[in-house]
Design a protein around this ligand. Structure first.
Ligand SMILES: [Zn+2]
Ligand SMILES: [Zn+2]
Length: 133
């Protein structure tokens, strides 16, 4: 399966996911992604390759030994990696293909923000909602 950043410069291929998909609501994911939670899955290094644009990756060490890699042109968060872990923690929302599975858990629930709603009971509009300006 393939994925890309918002501007399309950085692309990658993952031959499989090596962990279940999970949502992480930890404070650092929330800030890094500017979102209520980040959806991720681990991919072993041998199952992952950059196809284009890897030279545009920038990174931020969000906790000791853990770097979050993002596109320096458009800001998309792509993967996180702990030094020597042998794993990429893939940002599943950058996938352009369906991974064929759905999230199995939410982690760091202790960091949930009070305005977080998980949405099964929210109305769904095919595009913009009635409050769009
Ligand atoms: Zn980009
Ligand atoms: Zn997190």
């Amino acid at each position: 399966m393939r994925g890309s950043c918002l501007c399309g410069t950085i692309t990658y291929e993952a031959s499989q996911l090596d962990s279940p998909i999970r949502h992480c609501a930890c404070r650092t994911c929330r800030k890094a992604h500017s979102a209520a939670f980040n959806t991720s899955a681990s991919v072993r290094q041998e199952h992952f390759k950059w196809l284009s644009g890897a030279e545009l990756l920038s990174s931020f060490e969000s906790s000791p030994g853990k770097r979050r890699y993002f596109c320096s042109r458009c800001g998309s968060q792509m993967v996180a990696q702990r030094a020597d872990s042998g794993l990429f923690v893939l940002r599943v929302a950058t996938l352009d293909d369906d991974p064929g599975q759905t999230p199995q858990s939410r982690i760091w629930g202790s960091h949930d923000v009070p305005w977080l709603a998980h949405g099964a009971d929210l109305p769904v509009y095919p595009q913009w909602g009635p409050d769009h300006r």
